[in-house]
Write a protein that binds this ligand. Structure first.
Ligand SMILES: Cc1cc2nc3c(=O)[nH]c(=O)nc-3n(C[C@H](O)[C@H](O)[C@H](O)COP(=O)(O)OP(=O)(O)OC[C@H]3O[C@@H](n4cnc5c(N)ncnc54)[C@H](O)[C@@H]3O)c2cc1C
Length: 500
């Protein structure tokens, strides 16, 4: 046991994209605040934010069919898609600010332009896609979206998917060129390098094991140095729990009433990856399909071009599965130790409701590689087993809570939980995830630092010109933001043309 003790303004737990984003925002707004980061692994961006642990989709609702819902009258509700898109525009603006200000460099190392497409088969699905396209394509946020049900056009767009396709079923796709592939791992590491240069103390191999409130309302953290085994105590006025899947346990240790009656349900992910350059060269898009009936929204199959370390590869998946771990590097006891007297009823209610989902996930885990190849062949009819390898992705911990819809309802979004006095906040949930990190961290700031928001507003607007504005009501601003961020982030001539 060491008696090392420190006091600081802010402690960020976890070195993923969320802590990186909050730290970078705060460093611009209040450079004098002292920030310390504790990360139990040896580097930043090693868990869900790592490039190989997520799909790298810049989620802007350009291709994900689960963000648009068909209403009983057959019309398509695109409000969720608008919301996700606006949040992504906020991220683009902040990343552009970081690049423009030379705080991070070489945007091509973390973001690449890539068409986003939705692909469906069958008469009903084609009709849905067409109505969805009609609802979206006139909206300035989705400008440039194209629709086609012509196999020749589709062959031009997605040759790898269309060639050797024998089915006579109707098939259709939408395509929009302003999509992106984002290397969230690289971006996280760049932001932590920047924070280090601004004297943020980043302590790797330090695991936060417990925390308690002190008499003056600060938080004292018990942190274990994993190299030496010693235990240190660190105090801060504000703590952000950005532990990804590890956040729920830490929130429970804080004991704040807002963290009670909440549980977590872990969903594991697997991708198939292809590095054969002949095959990789035949595909250039993120192509999202429809989730099979009974499958959770995060298992929508998609075939993606990825750009990682200047190399192109193809990723197919994710295949969702069940594992009791909350982090990829977590413990098999994570799920069971997250059940506490205050969330027992919530967890039991959820368990009873989600038997079919659990069954589905367990079946998915058991799939052989050949069975997974069969699913891939729905996308790439001539896919050969020797060209594709299995890749274990990150864990997602879905939030379980009591809602008006009932006790123990499984949530598929992201949730910010904060103490009433704003001294601590945690981020739970995983979707739309890293793409919306900037909006979500602004929400954390709004909840925890309301007394400073007015004073910070001019600087926030300098970093994020659309801050506090509904983009949809300002088509001119959308065009301006598309153009300026495309220029700074190197997102291609086509997008610049659309913005003009
Ligand atoms: C299969 C899959 C596909 C996804 N695809 C996409 C996508 O295409 N687009 C998208 O935008 N998002 C996607 N996501 C979601 C996205 O990856 C996450 O939302 C995001 O990375 C979460 O970032 P984070 O900083 O909260 O967590 P993480 O990146 O997991 O970081 C948390 C960190 O906290 C550390 N930590 C945990 N507990 C402790 C502790 N007690 N002490 C010290 N350190 C601790 C961990 O080691 C880890 O480094 C996907 C996720 C998965 C799993």
């Amino acid at each position: 046991m060491s008696n090392r003790q420190t006091k600081t303004d802010v402690i960020l737990i976890g070195a993923g994209i969320m802590s990186a984003t909050l730290g970078s925002l705060l460093k611009e707004l209040v450079p004098d605040w002292e920030i310390t980061v504790f990360e139990k692994l040896a580097n930043a961006g090693e868990e869900s934010s790592n490039e190989w642990n997520n799909a790298g989709t810049g989620h802007a609702a350009l291709c994900e069919l689960n963000y648009t819902v068909e209403k009983p009258d057959g019309s398509i509700d695109i409000s969720k898609a608008i919301n996700v898109n606006e949040q992504f525009q906020v991220s683009r603006q902040f990343w552009s600010y970081l690049v423009d200000s030379n705080l991070i460099r070489n945007p091509q190392d973390f973001i690449m332009p890539l068409p986003h497409m939705s692909l469906v088969q069958g008469e009903q699905n084609v009709s849905f896609l067409k109505r969805r396209y009609e609802a979206m394509s006139n909206n300035p946020l989705f400008q440039g979206m194209e629709f086609s049900d012509n196999p020749e056009k589709l062959m031009e767009w997605i040759p790898l998917i269309m060639q050797e396709r024998t089915s006579n079923e109707p098939i259709a796709a939408t395509k929009i060129d302003s999509g992106t592939d984002v290397n969230f791992g690289a971006l996280t590491r760049m932001m932590f390098d920047h924070l280090k240069s601004k004297n943020v103390e980043i302590k790797y191999k330090h695991s936060v094991n417990n925390m308690k409130r002190t008499r003056d309302g600060s938080w004292e953290l018990k942190v274990q140095n994993l190299d030496s085994g010693t235990v240190e105590r660190h105090t801060a006025k504000f703590v952000f729990i950005g532990g990804g899947g590890g956040s729920l346990h830490l929130l429970q240790k804080s004991g704040i009433p807002e963290g009670k009656h909440i549980g977590g349900f872990p969903v594991s992910g697997l991708f198939m990856v292809c590095n054969n350059p002949d095959i990789v060269a035949q595909h250039h898009a993120k192509v999202y399909g429809k989730a099979p009936v009974g499958a959770p929204p995060m298992s929508v199959p998609h075939l993606d071009t990825r750009f990682i370390d200047n190399k192109k590869s193809l990723l197919f998946g994710p295949f969702a599965g069940f594992s009791p771990k909350f982090l990829k590097t977590g413990s098999v006891f994570d799920l069971i130790t997250s059940v506490k007297p205050n969330n027992l009823v919530t967890m039991l209610a959820s368990g009873a409701k989600n038997v079919p989902l659990t069954k589905y996930l367990i079946q998915q885990v058991m799939l052989s590689k050949e069975k997974r190849m069969e699913e891939l062949r729905e996308f790439v009819p001539n896919a050969k087993s020797e060209d594709w390898d299995l890749l274990v992705a990150g864990q997602r911990v879905q939030v379980i809570k009591d809602t008006p819809a009932g006790k123990g309802t499984l949530q598929f979004g992201t949730e910010v939980i904060s103490a009433a006095d704003g001294s601590i906040a945690a981020l739970l949930g995983a979707s739309p995830g890293a793409s919306t990190a900037v909006s979500v961290m602004l929400e954390v700031m709004n909840r925890c630092f309301p007394q400073y928001m007015k004073e910070w507003e001019p600087k926030i607007k300098e970093m994020i010109p659309s801050y506090g504005v509904s983009l949809l009501k300002k088509p001119e601003l959308i065009r301006e933001i598309h153009a300026s961020t495309a220029r700074t982030l190197g997102l291609g001539e086509k997008e610049l043309q659309l913005a003009r």
